[in-house]
Ligand binder design. Structure first.
Ligand code: ADP
Ligand code: MG
Length: 317
């Protein structure tokens, strides 16, 4: 089997078959139709073996995670994911691993109605790069640089679970059931696409939490030339993190990566309508603080004192 038969066997026919794909895998480039009134958004994320996942993870799980983290970037922009390309670097031709990888990718593509329209296949240390493309109405993509002082800050879910799985899974005392739940959080992040509509309607700025809440929120702050005041007791913490790391729970929620929740800001005059629509859609947003004019990040502690906070999170270099 060579590179070309590999592509034919594993990747050519795994897409759900979107009508807006003029042609996909097989030519030097793919061709898609961007509907009138929509803009194309493009984002890339790489997962490297030993850095973003362990080589003992199944091909199926690696594929799911690779696509989900990319979908999360589209959700953060309030864009609907539509197409993806895959740059796959493989140490060797392991057909069993590849079959599992292709199966995981197929299931994930189907779940979000995304077509795989191209890619590249090379030999080297295992790494997966997905470029995702998505659509948003003209001018409606939500950016990082548009938060305003006075805006309320929200996150879409409880944090710290994936970080607990990364750092503490093998420590004594964590039950098998809890290990399963935590590993599921790490292996199968659920991109918050259900928030797309509300973020597009209400958010002044948004980001997905891939490296940790504090560091990702600091990207919004820097891009918008503002600061943030957070309430320590309002940071939503995953119940297992509270249970197993009581003292470090909020710290893990503020600094742990890999949760793929969304963090966004909403103008105070919009907040009533935002809460009403959130409730109507059966969603829950956790208010954690407010955007301030003064740069930097501050935390209100349980005793109501206010301290400066240095954002921390995952960084490669
Ligand atoms: P080129 O030589 O022009 O780079 P390739 O021979 O690498 O083209 O790829 C042939 C076709 O297969 C192209 O349409 C390319 O987008 C697609 N392709 C290559 N690798 C992958 C992959 N891992 N997943 C999906 N499509 C792929
Ligand atoms: Mg070519």
């Amino acid at each position: 089997m060579n590179e070309f038969s590999l592509i034919d066997e594993f990747f050519k026919t795994i897409s759900p078959g979107r009508k807006d794909v003029v042609f996909g895998i097989g030519d030097d480039a793919a061709c898609v139709t961007v509907p009138c009134g929509m803009e194309l958004l493009v984002s890339t994320d790489t997962l490297v073996a030993g850095v973003h996942f362990l080589s003992e993870w199944s091909g199926y799980d690696v594929a799911c995670k690779s696509l989900m983290v990319n979908i999360s970037d589209m959700a953060a922009m309030a864009a609907t994911p539509t197409w993806a390309t895959l740059a796959l670097t493989l140490p060797k031709l392991d057909k069993k691993w590849l079959a599992a990888f292709a199966e995981g990718l197929k299931d994930s593509l189907a779940q979000y109605h995304i077509d795989l329209i191209g890619g590249d296949t090379t030999q080297g240390p295992l790494s997966i790069t997905i470029t995702i493309m998505g659509l948003a109405p003209v001018g409606k993509a939500v950016r990082r640089k548009t938060a305003q002082p006075g805006d309320l800050i929200f996150v879409t879910g409880e944090l710290g679970g994936a970080a607990l799985a990364v750092h503490y899974l093998k420590q004594p005392g964590i039950t098998e059931k809890a290990q399963e739940v935590l590993m599921d959080k790490l292996l199968h992040p659920k991109p918050r696409v259900e928030w797309c509509e509300l973020i597009r309607k209400y958010a002044s700025a948004a980001i997905d939490i891939s490296d940790g809440l504090s560091v990702d929120l600091s990207h919004i702050c820097k891009a918008s030339s503002v600061g943030a005041l957070l309430k320590y007791s309002d940071i939503p913490v995953h119940p297992l993190v509270r249970h197993y790391r009581k003292e470090k729970a909020v710290d893990l929620a503020l600094t742990g990566g890999d949760d793929y929740e969304l963090c966004f800001t909403v103008g105070p005059e919009q907040s009533n309508c935002f809460f009403r629509d959130t409730h109507e859609l059966g969603l829950q947003a956790y208010p954690i603080g407010v955007i301030e004019k003064e740069p930097g990040m501050r935390l209100i502690l349980s005793d109501n004192s206010c301290v400066a906070y240095q954002p921390k999170g995952y960084s490669h270099f």
